[in-house]
Design a protein around this ligand. Structure first.
Ligand code: BG6
Length: 506
């Protein structure tokens, strides 16, 4: 599918939270890289907005610092940057005041006149979730551009803090924009390997016959992070890892692994199949939360020779906080394909290694013909989908060790992106922003998807909130998490697989 945008339609981006971290680290570097790849329309304008008083020049300089530090293409080259940044302006505005939105309207009209063309207008809410509705409502009140065909609004996560608030937010947004205008970002869906799972599953005829309860024993979805909460203590202490990671990123990974083949690659068809997965998740009943999940909170420790604080000592975190920084969960899907196959999730902060990996463990061979006394017990096949730090998909197979005896060994059939494709994969935000410019919603969360994902985790969320634990912190920084997470999987006879280290490149 060619995602080059329609170059005849210019694009305007209005970024609320234009001086924030997300804009500096992700949004502007992504737009800049799209520009370098000739993927932005010829005519475009980026209007950053914030509360500080800044000149355009000052604003551009701060964005350049962000690019130089965070862009995958490294430091910006002078001429390219100057050409790109000539399209960036800054507009001071109080997002709570609809009157101040009129300035955006004037700017849009000015650009329309200058370009003599209808542009797409994208309002990017790169702000705290408390302001999503205020922004939408003020766009409406101030009567600035809201064309159902060409205006879009981007909402970052968290999308609500529970099922009810997500429903309310959807309801309010949908009074102003229609569903086709709303782009709810889950940046995991923009990651290259996550997208490749679709190709891997649905462009290879050998996968489908194996992809079910007859051949798959269990699935592990791990998203582990070495970092702590950093400067986000205030947000995180009110959220916890269940809201921050499980409700969105891990649930979306589950959908991509477990979905039925869609009829085509159209946005709604793909999203319908994902919603089916969430609907099929067997609800965890309040009385069974303890046997289906494990929670943890990190204590102090040492990471790479440096002493690090425990969660409760982090800035803006309640010293008696009961917020979980680690979660492990077990889910079953009630459908034909997956009946009885456990899906294990684990995610946490301050763990031993950062890695996002999906592992599909296939069943044992039904009968071993080899000589067991020589250790020739075939290991189960495993498909390891490594999203990061290295991007790779590998199949672990059994093979004969070359030699005079029949001895078995595990070999890897690897699709390693760094070796094979020779092209640098785009950052998730580049993929997502290009899709927004092109009006493609496939990789964005539809209202019902978000709500279903909340439905799935609600029993755990409520149980954990109502039943505080007394054993936090229960894992040291730089470990693999709490013991109860080991027990969760061990009682089924399995163990958490080792997660791959980043390969050192020469
Ligand atoms: C964000 C979470 O959505 O994803 C963060 O809010 C987390 O807490 C981040 O660190 C992880 O994203 P990535 O792309 O670094 O795996």
């Amino acid at each position: 599918m060619n995602k080059t945008p329609n170059n005849s339609m210019p694009a305007i981006f209005i970024i609320f939270g234009g001086t924030g971290d997300l804009t500096k680290r992700k949004i502007i570097p992504a737009l800049y890289n799209l520009f370098l790849d000739n993927r932005l329309p010829e005519k475009f304008a980026i209007i950053g907005t914030g509360r500080s008083k800044l000149t355009d020049i000052k604003y551009r300089t701060s964005l350049l610092e962000g690019i130089n530090e965070f862009s995958r293409s490294g430091k910006a080259e002078k001429v390219q940057w100057e050409t790109f940044s000539a399209n960036i302006t800054y507009q001071i505005a109080n997002i709570k005041d609809a009157q101040e939105f009129k300035e955006f309207g004037k700017r849009i009209d000015f650009l329309k006149n200058e370009w003599e063309q209808q542009p797409s207008v994208t309002y990017y809410c790169a702000v705290s979730p408390d302001f999503f509705c205020t922004i939408a409502e003020n766009i409406n009140k101030s009567k600035i551009e809201n064309n159902p065909e060409t205006t879009r609004i981007i909402i970052e996560k968290p999308f609500g803090r529970d099922l009810q608030s997500a429903r309310d937010l959807n309801k309010r947004l949908l009074t102003i924009f229609n569903e086709k205008q709303i782009y709810r970002i889950d940046h995991y869906l923009g990651k290259e390997v996550v997208q490749n799972v679709m190709a891997f599953r649905f462009a290879n005829s050998i996968m489908e016959p194996l992809w079910n309860r007859n051949h798959i024993e269990h699935v592990q979805i791990s998203v582990t992070e070495q970092i702590g909460v950093e400067a986000r203590g205030d947000y995180f202490d009110n959220a916890g890892i269940l809201r921050d990671m499980v409700q969105n990123h891990l649930m979306q990974l589950l959908c991509i692994i477990a979905m039925e083949p869609p009829i085509n690659f159209e946005a709604d068809e793909v999203r319908d199949r994902k919603v089916d997965v969430l609907k099929a998740v067997k609800k965890i009943l309040p009385g069974t939360v303890d046997s289906m999940s494990a929670r943890g909170q990190y204590g102090p420790g040492w990471v790479q020779g440096k002493e690090v604080l425990g969660y409760r000592e982090e800035i803006d975190v309640d010293p008696n906080s009961n917020t979980e920084t680690y979660a492990a969960l077990k889910f079953y899907l009630d459908n034909w394909r997956w009946q009885g196959v456990p899906f294990y999730f684990r995610t946490g902060k301050r763990l031993f290694r950062s890695a996002s990996v999906i592992t599909i463990q296939f069943k044992e061979v039904p009968h071993n013909i080899f000589n067991k006394s020589e250790g020739n017990i075939p290991k189960q096949n495993r498909l390891v989908i490594s999203i990061q730090p290295d991007m790779a998909i590998s199949f672990q197979l059994q093979s004969k060790i070359p030699g005079l005896e029949m001895n078995l060994n595990t070999v890897d059939m690897v699709f390693d992106y760094s070796d094979k494709t020779k092209v640098q994969a785009p950052e998730a935000y580049e993929t997502l922003l290009l899709d927004i410019i092109s009006g493609d919603q496939t990789l964005f969360m539809r209202a019902d998807q978000v709500e279903e994902a909340w439905e799935v985790i609600t029993p755990v969320l409520e149980y954990w909130e109502n039943n505080k634990t007394s054993n936090f912190p229960n894992y040291p920084a730089d470990s693999w998490g709490p013991e109860n997470a080991e027990a969760l999987i061990a009682k089924d006879g399995y163990h958490w697989f080792n997660l791959p280290e980043k390969t050192k490149k020469d």
